[in-house]
Design a protein around this ligand. Structure first.
Ligand code: MN
Length: 230
């Protein structure tokens, strides 16, 4: 008994320190712009350095700053995930900027310059085969969803409440964790299709950007999110 109680703090310490998504979900005001896990030039040519510098350093930073501004009027100290799950109780500024902060932090985390070396887990591959027939078919459907988004938004691969995978999209900076979004689910893959994400390099050719995105996807990270190892 003494032994197990003694090990308990280590056990919890391990979970809390486990990773970026867990920390992101638990983050409270004042929110901070996270570091990228790679250089802004590291994703080129799929995503060029100038786009990454502006996207992370200006756009994402603006969501963080505006979220802090909007939450300053709000005395409640709640986590980012709790904000997303209760956006009905907040202003549009909180909804847009909390979504913007979460979505971009998540997006950076599933990209990698070494994506080619990353492997999808057997567990996730099997579930994709079950719900989409094959990884290739899932990618086709995800690409179609990305191209069908009118205006600014995000395409997502989510785990629904029944455990099945679904491809969805949200407008603006909404995401499938939000109380106001249907269908809801846990994102394990997401793609920013706002023009600021690709226009410098691809202009109006969103389809080329979406194709290039696959070369950056860190399937190990996506698999970990699927297995709820954030
Ligand atoms: Mn963006």
């Amino acid at each position: 008994m003494k032994l197990s109680l003694g090990l308990l703090p280590l056990f919890f310490y391990g979970i809390i320190q486990a990773g970026t998504l867990n920390q992101l979900n638990k983050e409270q005001a004042p929110f901070k712009l996270p570091e990228l896990g790679y250089k802004t030039s590291a994703l080129a040519p799929a995503i060029d350095e100038a786009t990454m510098q502006t996207h992370h350093g200006k756009h994402h930073k603006a969501y963080v700053d505006k979220l802090n501004g909007a939450m300053a009027e709000n005395k409640s100290q709640i986590s980012l995930l709790q904000i997303l799950k209760s956006t009905k109780n907040f202003s549009m500024a909180v909804r847009n900027n909390a979504g913007g902060h979460w979505n971009h932090s998540f997006f950076w985390s599933i990209l990698s310059p070494d994506a080619g070396k990353s492997k999808i887990s057997k567990e996730l591959a099997a579930r994709i085969d079950k719900d989409f027939v094959s990884l290739e078919k899932m990618k086709e459907q995800f690409e179609k969803q990305s191209l069908d988004i009118f205006g600014s938004g995000w395409a997502w691969l989510i785990v629904g409440k029944d455990g099945s995978l679904k491809i969805t999209s949200t407008p603006n900076q909404d995401n499938p964790l939000m109380d106001v979004v249907a269908p809801q689910g846990r994102p394990i893959l997401g793609l920013d299709v706002w023009e600021h994400a690709y226009y410098l390099n691809y202009q109006n050719k969103r389809a080329d950007y979406v194709k290039a995105f696959w070369g950056l996807v860190n399937w190990q990270q996506v698999s970990d999110y699927y297995s709820e190892k954030p």
